[in-house]
Design a protein around this ligand. Structure first.
Ligand SMILES: [Fe+2]
Ligand SMILES: [Fe+2]
Length: 305
């Protein structure tokens, strides 16, 4: 596939070149779309009262921003630096390698804005810290890496980032236009989306080239790996959500009930399919789904029938 730079107008439209978003938090508006916060709307949680609801929303927003920061630093920037330093290893053009450095800049800015946003939300400074845990995706990547030949470690990272940069989550899709949500969050996510549209096109090219330039042996591993990486990125962090529900005032039994309802396997599978729709279409176009080892892995992960 020919590289067509999505960065021609980078100096004009990338958000690192504009003012920080307007961080206004209108009283009475939500910090996050309620249906995206586990437990909100559930009778067992509703009866805990408004304080508990607000706390759950704050935790969700906090974790979303902490996740964004870690994803940018530990995955997207790390992968983009590898691409910049050795584009040929993944079948990429010299220009694509050079322009990967612009993604490093964008992502560093997103991490900065994500943390600035948290600081601006009224009440966040009084929030007690939850026991910090490594994000699920990092633990998952380490585990997958242990099962792979050492020379494929970079391919794993590039594949994971290709997935995370090509799928479009319900958060990115919905929040910028959601009038129920405070301006600070809508503007921050909206700005992020502007840059991510450019990254999306870039990583469509990366997936094409990474796959096309792979030997048969590498495809054998890469194909099924893509399926696992979609789930690794999109599956909920149940331990973290349980901690929020307990903190909000539920006992262990009720927290388990709420999680079972909110994250039933059918509901999780449906939302994973919706969020990964563009990536699954891409996998089809590139030919990954025609690979005899890959297709069954996508079926097993309930991404396709
Ligand atoms: Fe980003
Ligand atoms: Fe990105």
């Amino acid at each position: 596939m020919q590289y067509q730079s999505p960065f021609a107008d980078w100096y004009t439209y990338s958000t690192v070149h504009k003012q920080l978003p307007d961080f206004t938090c209108e009283p009475g508006l939500a910090l996050f779309p309620p249906e995206l916060v586990p437990g909100v709307g559930h009778p067992l949680v509703d009866k805990l009262g408004d304080h508990a609801l607000r706390r759950l929303m704050m935790r969700k927003l906090e974790s979303y921003n902490a996740f964004t920061e870690k994803l940018e630093y530990k995955a997207v920037m790390a992968a983009s630096i590898k691409i910049a330093q050795n584009p040929q290893a993944f079948g990429l053009s010299e220009q694509a390698g050079r322009e990967a450095r612009l993604i490093v800049t964008d992502e560093s800015h997103h991490a900065y804005v994500a943390i600035e946003l948290i600081k601006q939300i009224p009440g966040f400074s009084e929030l007690p810290p939850l026991t910090p845990s490594e994000p699920r995706f990092l633990r998952g990547l380490e585990e997958l890496e242990r099962g792979l030949p050492a020379e494929l470690a970079d391919d794993l990272l590039i594949a994971f980032v290709s997935i995370s940069e090509t799928l479009i989550t319900s958060i990115l899709r919905g929040i910028p236009r959601d009038r129920r949500v405070v301006s600070a969050v809508r503007n921050t996510v909206g700005d992020h989306c502007i840059d991510e549209a450019r990254h999306h096109s870039y990583f469509v090219y990366v997936v094409h080239q990474h796959w096309a330039s792979s030997t048969l042996d590498r495809r054998e591993i890469l194909g099924p790996l893509y399926a696992k990486l979609v789930r690794l990125f999109l599956d909920p962090d149940l331990d973290l959500c349980r901690a929020w529900l307990l903190e909000a005032g539920l006992d262990t039994h009720d927290a388990a009930l709420v999680l079972q309802d909110y994250y039933s396997p059918e509901r999780v599978a449906a939302s994973v399919r919706a969020d990964s729709f563009p990536t699954l279409k891409l996998m089809e176009r590139v030919g990954v789904l025609d690979h005899p080892a890959a297709r069954p892995a996508f079926v097993e992960q309930k991404l396709i029938d």
